[in-house]
Design a protein around this ligand. Structure first.
Ligand code: NAD
Length: 257
C-alpha cells in the first residue's frame, strides 16, 4: 500500500527526549514513509537523539541551535547536499528563561522577553527563509507548535504566551509569503503535556490535571495525537489548508471559563 509520505524528506526540529512532542511527530511521519533529518540543540541532547534514532529509518542527525543564523544556514546546506530538497519541516521548539514563567507577567525582564521571542517565534522565520530554496515548488509544508496561552491568559505562561501570539501571527504572514511557492504553513495548538520544556512552567502538573477533568474528551493529550495531526498537516491530505491553527487539545479551547 502507498504510504502518505513515501519519497518525502522531512526536517524535525526539537527532539530532546522520548517525551518530546517532536518525537511523537517523528514517529507519526516516519511510519508513513518519510525520510527524516532530526536536529538537536546541543551535544548533551544529541546523546538522547542518537539513542532514539535507531527506532526511525536511518535519519540524518544534525546539531542546530536556532539562535544562530550560521547554524541554520549550515543545516540547510547539509540537507541540500544530502537530500537535494525538503518536503516538510516540523518546528517544535521554544524557550524562555524559567524565572519568566512564574509570577507576574508585568515583571518580565527585557532580556528574557528578547530571548523568548527570538527562540520561540523569530526562529520560525529564520528557518523558513533559509529552507525556501529547498522547499519551493514541491508542494511543501511547515508546521509549528503553539498553545492556548497565545490567546488567553494562562497562569505562569506569561512571556511564552506573548511569544506564541507572535508565532501564530508569523504563521499567517509566512503562509501568505510562501503560498505562491507552493508552501503551506500551519500551527498545532496542543493541550498541556509533561515534557522538559513544559516542566519549566509553574503549576504545569495541575494544569494537565485540570485539562483532563474539564476537556470535552476528558483526558490528557499525548504526543502521538499531536504527531498524527502534524502528519495530516504535512501530508497531501491537508493540501487546501494554510495559515491555520489546528487545536489538538481534546476540545479544551471551546470551553468558557
Ligand atoms: P521539549 O523540551 O521536549 O522540546 C523543546 C525543544 O526546544 C527541545 O528539544 C529544546 O532543545 C528545543 N530548543 C530550545 N531552545 C532551542 C534553541 N536555541 N535551538 C534549538 N532548539 C532549541 O518540550 P515540548 O513540550 O515537546 O516542546 C515542543 C514545542 O511544543 C514547543 O514549541 C512548546 O512550546 C510547544 N507546546 C508544548 C506544549 C506542552 O504542554 N508540552 C503544549 C503546547 C505547545
Amino acid at each position: 500500500m502507498t504510504q502518505l509520505l513515501e519519497g518525502k524528506t522531512g526536517l524535525i526540529m526539537g527532539v530532546a527526549n522520548k517525551r518530546s512532542i517532536a518525537w511523537g511527530i517523528a514517529n507519526s511521519v516516519s511510519k508513513e514513509g518519510a525520510r527524516l533529518v532530526l536536529t538537536y540543540q546541543n551535544e548533551r541532547l544529541g546523546e538522547n537523539v542518537r539513542a532514539l534514532a535507531p527506532q526511525l529509518n536511518d535519519p540524518l542527525l544534525v546539531q542546530c541551535d536556532v539562535s544562530s543564523d550560521e547554524q541554520i544556514q549550515a543545516l540547510m546546506a547539509r540537507i541540500g547536499g544530502e537530500a537535494g530538497g525538503l518536503d516538510f519541516i516540523a518546528h517544535v521548539l521554544a524557550f524562555a528563561p524559567r524565572e519568566a514563567l512564574d509570577g507576574m507577567y508585568a515583571d518580565t525582564k527585557r532580556d528574557d522577553f528578547r530571548v523568548a521571542l527570538d527562540i520561540s517565534a523569530y526562529s520560525l522565520i529564520a528557518v523558513a527563509r533559509a529552507a525556501l530554496p529547498l522547499m519551493k515548488d514541491r508542494q511543501a509544508a511547515i508546521v509549528t507548535l503553539t498553545y492556548l496561552g497565545a490567546e488567553r491568559v494562562i497562569q505562569n505562561y506569561n512571556v511564552m504566551g506573548v511569544a506564541k501570539a507572535a508565532l501564530e501571527a508569523s504563521v499567517r504572514y509566512l503562509a501568505n509569503d510562501l503560498g505562491p511557492h507552493g508552501i503551506r504553513v500551519n500551527a498545532i495548538s496542543a493541550g498541556p503535556i509533561k515534557t522538559l520544556a513544559s516542566s519549566a512552567v509553574g503549576g504545569i502538573s495541575s494544569m494537565i490535571k485540570l485539562h483532563a477533568e474539564r476537556a470535552p474528551l476528558r483526558k490528557q493529550v499525548d504526543i502521538d495525537e499531536v504527531g498524527d495531526a502534524a502528519l495530516f498537516l504535512v501530508s497531501p491530505l491537508s493540501r487546501g489548508i494554510s495559515g491555520e491553527v489546528i487545536y489538538v487539545d481534546g476540545g479544551y479551547h471551546i470551553l468558557g471559563v
